[in-house]
Structure formats: C-alpha cells, structure tokens
Design a protein around this ligand. Structure first.
Ligand SMILES: C[S@@+](CC[C@H](N)C(=O)[O-])C[C@H]1O[C@@H](n2cnc3c(N)ncnc32)[C@H](O)[C@@H]1O
Length: 237
C-alpha cells in the first residue's frame, strides 16, 4: 500500500533520468513552471499510465514544450489569450506540429468540454480559487490534476488543496532530490534558491484523480476507494 505522497516521490525518482534526457533541449524561461514541477507532473501522469494531457495556460510554452517532449499520445493546450508568434515559435521548436493541439479557449468555460475521463490536467491559468473550483468540478473524472502557484503566501487556497489531498512540489524531500533541476530558471528570475521564490510564486499542487480507467467488465475504477496506486491494480472495494 502506498500513500499519495510516497507515490508522487517514487514516480518522480523513477522518471528523473528519462525526464532529464527528454527535457534537456528545452530552454528555461522566465515566469514558467519550474523544471522540477514539470518532472513531478509528467512523472505522476506516466506512473498512473495516463496517455492524454490537457494543459491550461501556455503563454510562451515552456510547460507545453516539456509535456510534448515527454511523449503523451494525446495533448491539448488551452490559453485564453495566446500569442500567435509564441505559438509559431513553440511549434517550430518542437518540430512536429501535430504533437500538441494549441487552442484559444477559456478554461473556465471550456475545460470540461475538452477533457475526457482519465486525462491528466495541468492548470497554470486560471490560478488560485478559480483553479481550485475547476479541480473540485473535474477531479472525480480525471486521472490526476495539478494547479500551479499554490505557494505559501496563498494560505487559504493552499489549505483547501491540502484538505483535498494534494502533494506539493515544495516538499522538502522532493526539493532536496530534484531542486537542482531549477538552478538556471531560478537565476533567470533573480533568485538564489527555492526558499525565496516559493514564498511568492511557483509550487505545484498535484491531486490524485478519481478515475482510473475501466476494468474488464467496463466498470470505471476509482482511486478514491483504493489504497493501492500502482497502475493496473483494480480497486477491490
Ligand atoms: C503563467 S502563464 C503560463 C506559463 C506556462 N505554463 C509556462 O510554464 O511557460 C499563464 C497563462 O494562462 C493564461 N490564462 C489565464 N487565465 C486563463 C483561462 N481562464 N483559460 C485559459 N488560459 C488562461 C494566460 O493567458 C497566460 O498565458
């Protein structure tokens, strides 16, 4: 039996080498999700056996590029106000235009419509309460969800996320193992270490979804009633 924190830590450790190789060519950017946070998101999705990802909030596309490079079968990225030049540059960097569907959509209105049962969903716009509202609406049907920027200054939102069982990327053990991935990005933002940055920005909260595929009889399986997180394990209760 594994709890969610242990599952997240182990998934990240198991995927770390592969992630490093896949993400090496992606240029760090100012105001993007940190590499360690992207490792966490992609690693947990992979460990849950999820092959479809929906992201909301791509801006210049750092997180989008990383998810695309991690090679999920189906990947859609929404932004309410995308910049055409940024999207064109992203597709050029990726080289394979078909690897990600770039949409101009407001997640508050359209996230439900573009997600399917079992998807991994990454929210980096909208933020805060709006993002948590989407989590409470969609978590049950998703495979996992993650919300960016739930830092320690957002006490109420962070407490809500903790009550919902989130694992946070500023976990001490997680940072001591994977924080080194963020060195360049921290420098870009003028921070010497995580301590300064994560008090004002960043921190990814990762939630286990309620959906874990279908069993042999076509019944949906749920994490909620399950203590076992290994993909392929069918919930007994
Ligand atoms: C911090 S940026 C995203 C950075 C990106 N994830 C990265 O790592 O490089 C936030 C983006 O979210 C978008 N956004 C804000 N509210 C949104 C909404 N309701 N639906 C979709 N996109 C939204 C903004 O237009 C902006 O481009």
């Amino acid at each position: 039996m594994t709890n969610w924190r242990d599952f997240c830590l182990k998934s990240a450790s198991d995927y770390a080498d592969e992630f490093k190789a896949l993400s090496e060519s992606t240029e760090p950017q100012h105001s993007a999700i940190l590499p360690s946070e992207m490792l966490l998101f992609c690693a947990v999705a992979k460990a849950l056996g999820i092959d479809a990802v929906v992201e909301s909030g791509r801006k210049l596309g750092y997180s989008t590029e990383i998810i695309a490079r991690c090679g999920f079968e189906d990947f859609t990225s929404l932004d309410v106000d995308p910049a055409k030049e940024a999207d064109d540059a992203l597709l050029q960097r990726l080289g394979v235009a078909g690897r990600v569907k770039l949409e101009k959509l407001d997640a508050m209105m359209f996230l439900r419509a573009v997600t399917e049962q079992g998807d991994a969903i990454l929210l980096d716009g909208p933020k805060g309460r709006k993002a948590l509202g989407l989590v409470s609406n969609l978590l049950g049907q998703s495979g996992m969800m993650a919300v960016h920027d739930l830092n320690v200054s957002m006490k109420d939102e962070r407490a809500t996320a903790a009550e919902m069982g989130a694992f946070f990327s500023d976990d001490e053990e997680f940072l001591s193992e994977h924080g080194h991935l963020d060195e360049t990005m921290l420098t870009y933002r003028g921070y010497g270490d995580h301590g300064e940055l994560i008090s004002v920005a960043n921190v990814l909260a990762v939630f286990r979804g309620g959906y874990n595929g279908r069993d042999g009889d076509g019944n949906s399986r749920s994490w909620w009633s399950c203590d076992v997180f290994a993909p392929g394990d069918i919930c007994k209760s």
